[in-house]
Design a protein around this ligand. Structure first.
Ligand code: ZN
Length: 649
């Protein structure tokens, strides 16, 4: 764990930017457009302030990559070149109970098998490898994409997998083998060149196989069926190979086919992905957006194809992406273009022909209507809808003027239509209920008003904890400064001065227990009690990671939030003192102030409760009792107030 840099690990999956001591990015666990996902290198933790996900680097890998704990450690060991000794897997271990694991295993096994055939099998070389070479792919690229060949025999792969201990169950679930009702089976990818599909972290999830023979009945491409590990609408082909280039260049090219991705990669345009044999899905767009907001869609010259793809582009806009397009000449696609003209001309072509999507769409649609006024109105509506999706106001204004001139209408007309559309969209979104799962925000809501309208004196239904802020501050001090040692001088009866060291945690716990106070918020109380237990066991230094990986989700989330918030020592104290205090003195003052405020707030609550009970007591005796209680608390309040150096009215 000492070797691990959390920002590097998470940076492989999320585009992070440095902000202050932390790194921030868009959360991979929920859908968001403005970053609220924060990574703290110094504390080794991450936290999303949007959805609350949090934890350390191992937790991240387990959550994000669906790794088991040992798998996450193995991944880290591999990244940092740390050797781990592992026992040879036994036959039983291979067929683990865990089905996911087994599916991952057999997919990786199959990928290696298909790839090796390309180079080690006579037919593999003659058919598979020569096909890839004929498409102009180099051996390096074949290796980078793990391409392979599946023999043109009914059960070549299935036999080999069975011999290596893989069960029919996993062969069926991954779809590598197709089982018929009569019990016979055959290889799904028989006689095909193989394109493995990788997860973002490089695990094999499934395959796409292209037929080479001219058999009319066989589909050109066959894909793995969706399984426990493979969901084609959540995967972008080539993202594993492209992700670093995408981040570096802050841009992604979206193409149609696997072979286009590989061709672009070989031509030096490494930041290219394709949707995996489906039309683009929202999940794929969100996956893309984790790496960049800039997407350029590459179209081949086929008109019907272009219009079919317009819908997908609207989705890109809706997810806040900046969309540009490149249209290839009639009959060409990225692969054919690269093969015909080479990589330099491909790159130049992309640069010279990249245009703005809104204008592109307008031109395509106008070309189509040939002056028909009714269809022109339809085009206008369609264009207005697209412009309305553009998030940036400046951009929108620019489109209005450009599209107006293309459509030969006045800017004002287009502007009016756009205003109507924006209004319509605004009302549509406003009607949606606002998500209320943001517990963190609810907890921070200031609770200044202590429910005067409550009639029942001792309310058990109060949701808002009046001491929330003060309780939070104390827990924050415990988590962030708890191990810090402060020196205290004490004088014994003979006047001898001795210096005693206390940790902040010891001081806080001792002080609060002494006064018999407690926490309203049950999660804070749980954290506080953990400190109490440890102090009772005479532990002087706590591992705060304990809370970050705590099994209770609320504890974990609150602890990480508080540890993520940069701890600031109140600077009110600086203003009051003439000499500039040392950091230690400031911490000491802050500690004292926080404890006093905590107590003050608890007293306020007690006094408040007394006031609310007053109308309900009938006997003079009870009234007197309440009054004397109140006097007692008011006196304490004044004492604390003067200690806090402020006037309590
Ligand atoms: Zn989140």
């Amino acid at each position: 764990m000492d070797a691990v840099r959390i920002e590097d690990v998470i940076g492989e999956f999320v585009q992070l930017k440095k902000r202050g001591t932390n790194h921030i990015g868009c959360c991979p666990f929920h859908n968001e457009k403005t970053p609220s996902f924060s990574v703290s290198p110094t504390k080794g933790i991450y936290k999303c302030f949007g959805c609350g996900e949090s934890g350390n680097v191992v937790g991240f890998l387990m959550k994000h990559e669906h790794y088991t704990y040992p798998e996450a450690l193995k991944w880290l060991a591999n990244k940092y070149n740390i050797e781990i000794e592992e026992e040879q897997l036994s036959q039983e271990q291979i067929e683990r109970n865990n089905e996911r694991d087994a599916l991952f295993h057999v997919s990786e096994f199959a990928q290696k098998y298909f790839h090796n055939l390309l180079y080690e099998d006579e037919m593999g070389v003659a058919v598979g490898l020569s096909y890839f070479h004929s498409r102009g792919l180099s051996d390096n690229v074949i290796k980078d994409f793990g391409l392979g060949y599946s023999l043109d025999e009914w059960t070549a792969f299935t036999d080999y997998a069975r011999k290596n201990g893989y069960s029919d169950n996993v062969l069926q679930k991954t779809g590598l083998t197709i089982f018929k009702e009569d019990g016979k089976c055959f290889d799904r990818f028989k006689g095909r060149v193989m394109f493995p599909i990788f997860s973002v972290s490089g695990r094999v999830l499934g395959f796409s196989g292209r037929i080479l023979s001219k058999e009319k009945q066989a589909a050109k491409y066959v894909n793995s069926p969706d399984s426990e590990i493979y969901n084609k609408s959540h995967i972008l082909y080539g993202l594993y190979q492209a992700k670093n280039a995408i981040s570096r260049q802050d841009k992604v090219y979206l193409v149609e086919g696997n072979i286009d991705v590989i061709s672009m990669y070989q031509s030096g345009v490494e930041n290219t992905v394709a949707s995996c044999g489906t039309s683009l899905t929202i999940e794929q767009v969100r996956l893309m957006r984790r790496y960049t907001k800039n997407v350029t869609v590459l179209y081949d010259g086929d008109k019907a194809g272009i219009k079919a793809a317009f819908r997908a582009v609207n989705m890109l806009f809706e997810e806040g992406m900046h969309v540009r397009v490149v249209l290839f000449p009639d009959g060409e696609d990225p692969d054919s273009y690269a093969q015909k003209y080479g990589s330099t001309r491909l790159q130049e072509f992309l640069k010279d022909n990249e245009t703005n999507f809104v204008l592109f769409k307008t031109k395509v649609l106008i070309d189509d209507i040939k002056g028909d006024p009714i269809r022109k109105a339809e085009v206008l509506t369609e264009i207005v809808r697209t412009i309305a999706l553009v998030p940036d106001l400046m951009e929108r204004t620019e489109y209005v003027s450009q599209c107006a001139s293309l459509l030969r209408i006045s800017e004002q007309t287009l502007q009016n239509e756009l205003a109507k559309e924006l209004n319509r969209r605004l009302r549509a979104t406003a009607a949606k209920p606002i998500a209320t799962n943001d517990k963190d925000i609810q907890e921070i809501i200031p609770s200044g008003e202590t429910s005067q309208q409550l009639v029942v004196p001792e309310s058990t239904t109060t949701v808002i904890n009046p001491a929330e802020f003060q309780e939070r501050k104390i827990i924050s001090l415990l988590l962030n400064q708890g191990n810090k040692v402060l020196e205290y001088e004490t004088k014994d009866n003979d006047g001898n001065i001795t210096v005693i060291n206390y940790t902040i945690a010891q001081i806080i716990v001792g002080d609060i227990l002494n006064d018999g106070l407690t926490f309203e918020n049950s999660t804070y109380l749980a954290i506080f009690n953990e400190f109490v237990r440890r102090i009772e066991r005479n532990e002087t230094s706590f591992d705060m990671q304990f809370f970050v990986t705590h099994p209770d989700r609320d504890v974990r989330q609150i602890a990480t939030s508080l540890m993520m918030e940069d701890y600031h020592i109140s600077d009110k104290w600086i203003k009051k003192q003439i000499a500039v205090p040392t950091p230690d003195e400031r911490l000491r003052n802050d500690l004292e102030e926080s404890l006093l405020n905590f107590k003050l707030k608890k007293l306020d609550v007690k006094i408040d409760n007394i006031d609310r009970q007053f109308p309900y007591v009938s006997t003079d005796e009870d009234k007197l009792d309440l009054v004397s209680q109140k006097m007692h608390y008011l006196k304490l309040r004044r004492q604390i107030g003067s200690a806090l150096n402020r006037v309590i009215v």
